[in-house]
Design a protein around this ligand. Structure first.
Ligand SMILES: Nc1nc2c(ncn2[C@@H]2O[C@H](COP(=O)(O)OP(=O)(O)OP(=O)(O)O)[C@@H](O)[C@H]2O)c(=O)[nH]1
Ligand SMILES: [Mg+2]
Length: 321
């Protein structure tokens, strides 16, 4: 039996979250075409017949301009010390850029990194095969890799080869988590993230960067919301099966605030006649119902809080203390 930790790191938008979801077989991390989508370290456990692999998705590494972004980058860098394998995810549709070089230098220069470094060339579905070799040569001049694996997180192409290479490298060991354990984030984290994904999907320009979603109340009709109940719930519902949810006929009531940075952003998120917030709410509710496997009542508010990205209270609310 093998077991160990694998962190997925890289510049924003490389496809780390898409790959985490593919590897774990469940949508744990939200995905968008905007950079800096992921703000927290997200853990997902995958069990194989001969191994248990704990994957960590991380925020894209970028030059941080706010306290929030410093915390995001720290969350990614911190994982480098605790894993057996560092999967550096890059986007093959572009040549190695400043952002990729920065990540590779970090991997080289951060002390006490014992992990084997894999270069994961993602989005191969978007390029011709003959463009891979020159790209690999370019990356080989920028770092030393235990493995170089081209994949498509979107289509799943070659992901099985990546999984094999990972398992081959992991140390012998017993599983660290029970067989039905999926993640360590509480249910309300996933609830906020699902709302934020829709916000990112439907808004543009600076809104995605300067907004956050805070859960004010999470009312579960049938179960209490103690930490353990939340974790078990997230596990069972995210698996889309497993233990049946106890609150069959219940309704999950979610009261959320979308926090924006400036007064001028509020009317954009609300939209004309409330059109935008309704659109976000409808799309989010549909996905929340699937995720939690229950009916959901969703109440969304928009609040302006200047400089919230520097504010310890908000950062704590979104898990970036
Ligand atoms: N065609 C294609 N698109 C992909 C692939 N992987 C990811 N994408 C797209 O690339 C964009 C970014 O994907 P994410 O998974 O959010 O990227 P990320 O690295 O987690 O980004 P951050 O969280 O911002 O650091 C999304 O639009 C994805 O749909 C892939 O293999 N092929
Ligand atoms: Mg991400």
């Amino acid at each position: 039996m093998k077991s160990g930790f694998v962190s997925l790191i890289g510049r924003p938008n490389a496809g780390k979250s898409t790959l985490l979801n593919r590897l774990v077989g469940t949508k744990l991390a939200i995905v968008s075409d905007k950079p800096q989508t992921t703000r927290n370290r997200i853990l997902g456990v995958r069990n194989y017949p001969d191994a248990q692999v704990v994957f960590l998705d991380t925020p894209g590494i970028h030059r941080p301009l706010h306290r929030m972004n410093v915390r995001m980058v720290d969350a990614a860098v911190d994982t480098m010390h605790e894993v057996d394998i560092l999967g550096v995810v890059v986007d093959v549709t572009e040549p190695p850029g400043k952002g990729d070089r920065y990540v590779l230098d970090l991997v080289k220069n951060v002390k006490d990194v014992k992990a084997a470094v894999f270069l994961i060339l993602n989005k191969v579905d978007l390029i011709k095969k003959n463009r891979l070799l020159p790209l690999i040569q370019q990356y080989n001049s920028l770092g030393t890799f235990a493995e170089i694996v081209p994949v498509s997180a979107a289509t799943g192409d070659n992901v099985d080869r990546l999984e094999r290479a990972i398992i081959d490298r992991l140390p012998e060991g017993e599983p660290m988590y029970p067989a039905d354990y999926l993640t360590d984030q509480p249910e309300r984290f996933f609830a906020a993230e699902i709302v934020r994904e829709k916000l990112l999907q439907f808004t543009h320009a600076e809104i995605p960067f300067s907004s956050a979603v805070v859960i004010d109340r999470f009312e579960d009709a049938a179960t209490s919301s103690s930490g353990y109940a939340e974790r078990d719930g997230a596990k069972a519902s995210a698996r889309g099966g497993g233990a049946p949810r106890e609150k069959e006929k219940g309704i999950l009531k979610l009261y959320c605030t979308i926090v924006v940075d400036r007064e001028s952003q509020k009317p954009i998120v609300v939209g004309r006649g409330g059109e935008m917030i309704k659109r976000i709410g409808t799309a989010a509710r549909e996905e929340l119902e699937k995720f939690f496997d229950t009916r959901v009542f969703l109440d969304l508010h928009v609040r302006v809080k200047a400089e919230w990205r520097e504010d310890e209270h908000v950062l704590s609310d979104i898990g970036l203390k």
